[in-house]
Design a protein. Structure first.
Length: 152
C-alpha cells in the first residue's frame, strides 16, 4: 500500500502506484481544494508543492512522489502564505475562484525563493497558472503587496 506524506501527516492510500496524485487527493482523500482543470500540465489548477517546489499533481504519479513532502492548499502555512492570503482578500483577487488554489501555491513558492520579486519574476513564476477570469493584474498586485508586508 503506497504511503504519502501530505501536509505533515503520513497516510496510507489504496491507489495504484501509477495513479496521478491529483486523483488520490480529490478522489480518495476528498481533499478538494486542489482543482482539476486540464489534466495535461497546461493550466496549473492542480498545483501542489513537493518538498516546497510547485508540481502539477495531475501528471505526477504517486510512485514519482516517493518520500517527498506534499503540501496542498489545505496545508499551506507560514509567513509567505499568510501574507499572500491577506493580500488576496484585501485586493479582492478572486473571481470564480477555480484557479486560485493553484495560483496561491505558485505564488507562495515564488515568495519563499524571491522575497522581492519583480514583475518579470512574477510573470515567469506564474506563467503556468491560467485564469480564465483574467485576474492576472490583481494576482500580480497581491504578490507585490504580500512581499512588501512580509518585509515590513
Ligand atoms: S489540471 Fe493539472 S495542469 Fe491543469
Ligand atoms: S478566478 Fe476564475 S479561473 Fe481564475
Amino acid at each position: 500500500m503506497p504511503t504519502l506524506k501530505i501536509n505533515g501527516k503520513t497516510l496510507d492510500v489504496q491507489a495504484e502506484p501509477d495513479t496521478p496524485l491529483l486523483w488520490v487527493l480529490r478522489g480518495e482523500l476528498r481533499m478538494n481544494g486542489t482543482k482539476f482543470g486540464c489534466g495535461m500540465a497546461l493550466c496549473g489548477a492542480c498545483t501542489v508543492h513537493l518538498d516546497g517546489e510547485p508540481a502539477r499533481s495531475c501528471v505526477t504519479p504517486i510512485s514519482a512522489v516517493g518520500a517527498r513532502d506534499i503540501t496542498t492548499i489545505e496545508g499551506l502555512k507560514g509567513a509567505e502564505a499568510d501574507a499572500l492570503k491577506a493580500a488576496w482578500v484585501d485586493l479582492d483577487v478572486v473571481q470564480c475562484g477555480y484557479c486560485q488554489s493553484g495560483q496561491l501555491m505558485s505564488a507562495c513558492a515564488l515568495l519563499r525563493k524571491t522575497p522581492r520579486p519583480s514583475d518579470t519574476d512574477i510573470d515567469q513564476a506564474m506563467s503556468g497558472n491560467l485564469c480564465r477570469c483574467g485576474t492576472y493584474p490583481r494576482i500580480r498586485a497581491a504578490i507585490h503587496q504580500a512581499a512588501r508586508k512580509k518585509r515590513a
